[in-house]
Design a protein around this ligand. Sequence first.
Ligand code: OXD
Ligand code: MN
Length: 586
Amino acid sequence: MTNNIHVKKWLDEMADLTNPDKIVWIDGSDEQIEALEKEAVSTGEMLKLNEEKLPNCYLHRTAVNDVARVEHRTFICSKKKEDAGPTNNWMDPQECYAKLRKLFKGSMKGRTMYVIPYSMGLVGSEFAKIGIELTDSIYVVLNMNIMTRIGKKVIDALGDSADFVRGLHAKADIDEENRYICHFPEDNTIWSINSGYGGNVLLGKKCFALRIASYLGKTEGWLAEHMLILGIENPKGEVKYIAAAFPSLCGKTNLAMLIPPEIYQKKGYKVWCVGDDIAWLRVNPADGRLYAVNPEYGFFGVAPGTNDKSNPNALATTKRDTIFTNVVHNLDDNTVWWEGLDKNPPKNALDWKGNKWDASSGEKGAHPNSRFTAKAINCPCISPEFENPKGVPISAIVFGGRRAKTAPLVYQSTGWQNGVFVGSIMGSETTAAASGLAAGVRHDPMAMLPFCGYNMGDYFKHWLDVGKKTANPPKIFNVNWFRTDDDGKFIWPGFGDNMRVLLWILDRCEDKVGADKTAIGYIPKADDINIEGLDGITKSTVADLLSVDKELWEAEVKGIKEFYATFDRLPAELNKELEKLENALK
Ligand code: OXD
Ligand code: MN
């Protein structure tokens, strides 16, 4: 499919190493994809679901030992250990290649190697980057076909260039002890072996679009972030865009596709989803603003908890052309189910392991990390700007995590440098927090802890630098939907009602509303969060949600100091911001 000598040479080397029986180029045509679907069904790798109820949908089960990303087996293999930094596992690249070569050797014997050219971002856009993934898994090909733009158009766009990310994946024996997800940022290379689970093997997603891309972004002057992108359209038809970072399992997909509360719908407000997981951001010299694209083409969402209340748009997106992984198989009508979908678990069903399952056993039927892989273009609220090669201008950047008491519902940083500080101290509490107990905070700066492909101190510095060269930077905020009362119950209703907070944020961006200055930044005046139509939330509840507890924040400062002490290259500006916070609390 190509005469590109760089591609050919690399492909020859990888084929020599893995020794597949056959090599198949993925051109991305409908006929080829359909043939692969048929083949996967014939071998049992995928199950075809009810064509009437779920057209073109499939079910896949992973091995029971292979159900999630494996951070402890994920490595950043830069030449110098310091360049991977204190938050990443590191291996010397030559040592790692040698170790993995032994595992890859002959691993595709008796199998087919699929060659998938793919683009992160719209082909031809200034944002776009090309990768090629070699894999022995049809499941990977079919998922990559949903999650990225693949095929001939991509290899044509690459032309003679050597500028592509080289990804090699083999299922091998799905051996946990020899599972490795290794990144070589200085070589544009990713090697993944002994897993078949999405986050470890769909190399365009976390491996490329975050780990490798964050490194490319640092060298080239842009940002690759673990962020959703959404647009809010006001009744005049003006759309403003927000990018938001939350750690995994904090409801990013739900926020990205939120349905406005009725009072706003009636006024004519709309919410548009540009992306639910990853944003690539660049400064546009023409207007000095940050523009963002979602480099992905689909959603790899967590199924459990997705329902017609929490996220009707996501649910609608999964009704066609979707691959479900590790959910319940309803044998009566050949459909799927998961915990939290509805209150009617199927009676005649198999659990995610493929065993006969009875909901009354108390055992979960779907794996808690079971997923749907669905096409973005099937989402009812997909933004008309989703395919805009220039991206969308970002008005606000929002950080957030799960905090039972400390962080208020929302606060605004005092500027870019302080905003980078706010992102750097992000964290989430473990579930004990939900029952109101004091629990440990897992610091997760910018929600990038597992995804930053280089030294996180340098990453903070890069954020500060991007701010310096952005004439009109977005304003930076922090939100917390998860404050709890004395009984451990969430106070704020969340979901669609989060729009009320986002509207305050956008008003702040346009200087339309005042705020109160506190030690941590600007918080809303209680009157300025609209609670019209909200049951059980009064102005005094809002005031409580916005309160900043001095003692809790003093303890927080202590925790931040300990966290910062683990960094070898922390920019002085962040320590200065910490000092300012400490003084302001006095
Ligand atoms: C994801 C994650 O799968 O962040 O998106 O873990
Ligand atoms: Mn994610």
